[in-house]
Structure formats: structure tokens, C-alpha cells
Design a protein. Sequence first.
Length: 200
Amino acid sequence: MEKSEEMTKKQLNKSAMSYMSNFPLECFQEVNIIDGYFKGEIKDNNKTIKVSGKTYMEKTYGNKFPQNWIWLQSNHFDQKAALTFAYGKIPLLKWKVKGFFSILNFNGLEYRFASYNLARLKINKISPTKAEITLKRGFHKLILVAEMIDPVKLVGPLENGKMNLDVFESINSVVTMTLYKRNKIIFESRGRNVGFELVI
């Protein structure tokens, strides 16, 4: 994109990993923009193409991907909302810990479930391409049911930053999201154009 005319973005009010970003981990993940919008143009020889759409930006860095992990992201819902979820089983000193965070933004509110704020996580792998994720914190419960569609093969770091790990990712997946307060549904929506990796 040679020229950007407009961009708006919704940034997080604090680090997605919180204090865990200071731990001696092999892999880190941060969310830069959870929900954004762009408008601009692409110049191809003598042709100018107008483009616009949704944006999401994150960074994953370190020298090795987790032993197993799930990544899920979408800001294309039936209602205006943005969701990101990341889980990984990673070595920490002599232990292997399960770290995760899920951030849901809708209606100007943020709901955050993470290992660092004492949330609980349950993962049910329904099939090689489908999983149900249940997160609980206090009076709130978030249930995500995601299904992978048309994955493509990418590469990731397996050891010491060498990019020799096959990673299958889809950006055409779907997710249903249900948020409860106590036993009452306070938000429910279906997401499309979902980024999804399921390696467990």
C-alpha cells in the first residue's frame, strides 16, 4: 500500500501478557491493535485500486514456538466486537506451564481472562479442526467454539529460532462466542474471517 488515507484503531489498555512478559520464556505474544479500520489505495502499474477493511496487529517473538498451542482472533462478528485468544504450553525454568489470555472487547467494555488474573481454562478438542474453549473468572464465563476452514501451511521456529516447523493456520475459520454473567447470557455472537491455529 503506497498511500494510507485513514486508519483508526482500538489498542489495549495494557500488555496482553501482563507481568508474564518479564518471565524467561521461549515465546512471547503481544496484541498491538485488537480492532482497527484502514482505507487507502494500491498502485499496480497504471492502475489504482481503492481498498478498505478491518485490521488486527500482533507480534509473536522468541526463539521457539510452544510445545502445543491455540491461537484465535476475529473482529468480524454479527455485532461490533473484537476477540483474541492465545494458549501455549511452554517451559519455564524446570517446569512446563500453561499460559493463556483471552481479551474480548464489545460495547466499549473489555473482558479479560488470563492465567495471570486467576482465570480458569478448559479445552475440549472436538476434532482435529474444531475445539471448544471455556474460560471462567469470577461471575463471568466465556465459551468459544471454533472450527478451522481451509488451513494453509506456514513455517515457525522449532529450536533456536530456526524456521523449520510446519504450522497450519486458517484466516477463514468461524467461531461462536457466548459470554455469561452468572448463568445469564449477556453477549452472544458468531465470528467469521477468524484466524485460527489448533496444535494440541
